[in-house]
Design a protein around this ligand. Structure first.
Ligand SMILES: [Zn+2]
Ligand SMILES: [Zn+2]
Length: 303
């Protein structure tokens, strides 16, 4: 494990403490009940912070699948940090490590190693955050060089606490409980990408890991569940792509729709998406090639 300054260690550890506090704080709703307004608050906070995690932390900050002006990235990272998803350096460091060592011993959160079965599921669904793997082996240089991102990273808990305070200001203890429940649901929703999307689902593309396309995870995570496509084409801004009967098919991908909206507004540019040729070359189902074979033979006979 990398040697961190004691202050960084102390600041990072606040993250898991806040997630545990969110689980406990959700119980506040047992004393207050749940109004329709609080339900809307839970869903709103879940969706907006999920979008920041998937669209900003993952597809923009980590994989650079599109570009935006720096201030938009900074604001997006603050929203993502308010989800209790830690800061940009920590997040990118772990995710790059996941892709580099997917489902191998150095993967920070694989359901196959170091544990298997139900224990492996628990480990990938959040247990890894309570292990020494919580601290990344190294922090990404590009994020660390950006002073704003570095400050957001070390003070990742400030946006979370600020949102808790805003919730309390809006609706008292009930809305504070709603904030805690939303944060708890969001935490587990994000973790299903690490667990279920490496355990259950289709594998339309050839990869050297166990990544899957899982519709349930895609529903929970605004399109991140199309994880097999993502492992096959990591820099693609669009994840909702599969192969059906040898042909390319597109799947619901709200995060990509968000990115397209940013492009329409002139905020996002240089969206990266694999070509049809690249997609078909990585497809497991090669029936499309077989169907083209007689034509190729006929062509060679004619010549
Ligand atoms: Zn993965
Ligand atoms: Zn990724």
């Amino acid at each position: 494990m990398r040697q961190y300054p004691p202050l960084t260690i102390a600041l990072y550890i606040i993250g898991p403490i806040l997630i545990i506090a969110s689980h406990i704080g959700s119980l506040l709703l047992l004393t207050t009940g749940l109004s329709l307004g609080a339900v809307v608050w839970i869903i709103f906070l879940y969706e907006i912070r999920m979008l920041a995690t998937t669209g900003i932390y993952h597809r923009l900050l980590t994989h650079k699948s599109y570009q935006v002006p720096a201030p938009f990235l900074w604001i997006g990272c603050i929203v993502a940090a308010s989800a209790g998803q830690m800061g940009p350096s920590w997040w990118k460091a772990h995710h790059m490590s996941h892709h580099q060592h997917a489902d191998l011993p150095l993967d920070p959160h694989s359901p196959y190693t170091p544990l298997q079965g139900i224990k492996g599921f628990y480990f990938s669904q959040g247990g890894w955050l309570l292990s020494p793997r919580f601290f990344p082996a190294k922090l990404p240089i590009d994020v660390e060089r950006d002073r704003v991102l570095k400050i957001i990273d070390r003070l990742h808990f400030v946006p979370t606490l600020a949102l808790a305070a805003i919730s309390y200001y809006i609706g008292g203890v009930e809305y504070l409980g709603a904030f805690f429940l939303s944060t708890t649901l969001l935490f587990h929703g994000v973790q299903t990408v690490n667990s279920l999307s490496h355990l259950v689902g289709e594998q339309p593309f050839i990869t050297d890991d166990f990544s899957r396309n899982n519709w349930f995870v895609a529903f929970l995570t605004l399109g991140e569940g199309w994880h097999n496509l993502h492992h096959a084409f990591q820099s693609s801004s669009r994840h909702g792509i599969t192969i059906r009967s040898g042909k390319i098919a597109y799947l619901p991908d709200p995060t990509f729709s968000f990115i397209k909206m940013l492009q329409f507004l002139g905020i996002a540019s240089k969206l990266r998406v694999p070509s049809e040729t690249e997609l078909l070359a990585r497809a497991k189902d090669k029936t499309f090639q077989c169907s083209q074979l007689p034509i190729a033979i006929e062509a060679s006979v004619d010549s």
